[in-house]
Design a protein around this ligand. Structure first.
Ligand SMILES: Cc1ncc(COP(=O)(O)O)c(C=O)c1O
Length: 485
């Protein structure tokens, strides 16, 4: 049997340089890599089986699938979209909305992180998009995981990583249900965040596997699209009493975390937060508690620039690097981790939706040139476009197929007449409003539209309200030489 084997060479944390520097595929003989490893393929149904982390070589080896890669296709996403629309033309039973997702995008974003913030070890925020393929790819590349619940922890452990998998997880939900906490203890997940006194008592009672606590502090989230400060985070003034109680309960606090809010639009939010974390470290130190971990949370843009203000990821990274160099230099021995979600997955997904109904809205003054349209498309806010409400996403629909012509990526034609339009989702609820102020060329029933940058906080929270099925995801891998998955 010939197995597909992916190899990631990891350097010792916290330095990520070279973490995924050697990446190749080889047969199960292990010949190609020249690596010092031993591995045992398994026939488990998951298609991914555990092999040990070789302490000596620093190699983390994972078998993926036994006969063929899990992503069987290496086509460009646009080809997959076009092929699917051709298939719809032949068979109108296939007219459901669909996603095309490219694991290659996730791989490229991981590389970008490693190059840009090499000393910050990323723990992917599973909540953002828990697709097992994404988890697998990131796991193989060496990422850790931010899990918020029992099911998210189980999803990571189900990947069948090596025995050290629980140490790659930070249970980053400051308020945990007892059953979830007990589960974390039972599977050996030790790192977890907290931000209040009652949580400390709860952890003491229900986590008996040497918990390692991380105190989440409150920082300025006013520049972010999704703000969490009203719900989570201890103020600096609460830090001494929280640390004192932890000490009294004999619970080790190993570090400080913060989250500047999702979709952060101001690089300074990170430098301010890192300064606040430094103060918390100093308070701890004055109480005889020497902490060793800083968790800078998530909030990084999923596209080139922040959706809110246009600040580029590179600028945010530059500010973080310089703050860390000043306040938490590598020589301090403090390990720095993060919890990026949208950064890794936003760009990987494109949504294609069918216009299945329309209504022409005559101009009240009778000017037919000024008519508007209502389009009804087969994906809405009860499904993956829930991001419009929960993630405050402003979507930008573009024409995909019009009059049988494939228009993906076509430049805007200023000569083409456009009309104001409202785009509705498929359910019977008027809340199911995708966009109230779109401006598009005239569309007809059976035309298609598409949305880019749809990987984050979309499919993760989709429902089947009104009997509309969740969208299928058609996967491809445009980085097959980089990582076969
Ligand atoms: C605790 C925590 N960490 C990380 C994230 C991921 O944030 P982002 O997708 O903005 O990187 C979130 C998002 O809700 C979160 O609540």
């Amino acid at each position: 049997m010939s197995n597909t084997l992916s190899i990631v060479k990891c350097s010792t944390e916290p330095d990520l340089v070279g973490m995924a520097s050697t990446l190749s595929t080889c047969s199960d003989s292990g010949e190609e890599s020249g690596a010092d490893f031993t591995a045992t393929p398994s026939d488990s149904d998951s298609g991914i089986s555990s092999v040990g982390l070789s302490e000596s070589s620093g190699l983390d080896l994972i078998f993926l699938g036994s006969e063929r890669p899990l992503v069987p296709c290496n086509d460009q996403p646009v080809k997959i979209i076009r092929d699917h629309l051709d298939a719809v033309r032949r068979d109108d039973q296939l007219d459901d909305a669909f996603y095309v997702a490219d694991i290659g995008e996730v791989i490229r974003q991981f590389d970008r992180w490693s190059e840009t913030l090499p000393t910050v070890y990323p723990h992917y925020a599973v909540k953002c998009n828990p697709d097992p393929l994404i988890l697998r790819a990131l796991a193989v590349m060496g990422a850790g995981f931010d899990c918020a619940s029992k099911a998210e922890i189980a999803a990571v452990l189900d990947l069948g990583l090596n025995v050290d998998a629980p140490t790659r997880i930070v249970y980053a939900n400051p308020c945990k249900a007892v059953s979830h906490l007990r589960y974390a203890a039972s599977v050996g997940v030790r790192m977890m965040t907290f931000d209040n006194h009652d949580e400390l008592y709860k952890i003491k009672r229900h986590h008996d596997a040497d918990p390692q606590l991380i105190l989440r502090i409150l920082t300025d989230d006013s520049h972010s699209v999704c703000r969490f400060g009203a719900k989570f985070g201890a103020s600096l003034s609460q830090v001494p009493s929280l640390l004192a109680l932890a000490k009294q309960l004999d619970l080790p606090v190993i570090g400080i975390s913060f989250h500047v809010g999702s979709g952060c639009g101001d690089a300074r939010a990170y430098s301010d937060a890192i300064s606040a974390a430094r103060q918390a470290f100093d308070i701890a130190s004055s109480m005889g508690i020497e902490m060793s971990l800083l968790d800078i949370g998530g909030g990084f843009p999923g596209s080139e620039v922040s959706a809110k203000t246009g600040v580029p990821f590179d600028e945010i990274a530059e500010v973080i690097r310089s703050s860390l160099a000043k306040l938490f230099p590598v020589s301090s021995g403090v390990k720095v981790i993060s919890e990026p979600g949208r950064f890794f997955v936003s760009a990987a997904y494109t949504l294609a939706a069918n216009v299945f109904a329309r209504r022409i809205v005559p101009n009240p003054a009778g000017d037919d040139n000024q008519r508007t349209y209502m389009y009804y498309v087969n994906e809405g806010v009860y499904s993956s476009l829930n991001c419009i409400y929960f993630d405050h996403t402003i979507v930008h629909p573009k024409v995909l197929l019009k009059d049988g012509r494939f228009c993906h990526g076509a430049a805007d034609d200023p000569e083409q007449k456009k009309y104001g339009c409202i785009i509705w989702g498929p359910t019977c609820d008027a809340m199911d409003l995708v966009k109230s102020d779109a401006v598009l060329p005239e569309l007809d029933i059976d035309d298609w539209i598409y949305f880019d940058w749809m990987g984050a906080y979309t499919v993760a929270a989709a429902s089947t309200f009104n009997g509309f099925a969740k969208c299928v995801v058609k996967w491809t891998n445009t980085e097959p030489d980089r990582l076969m998955i």
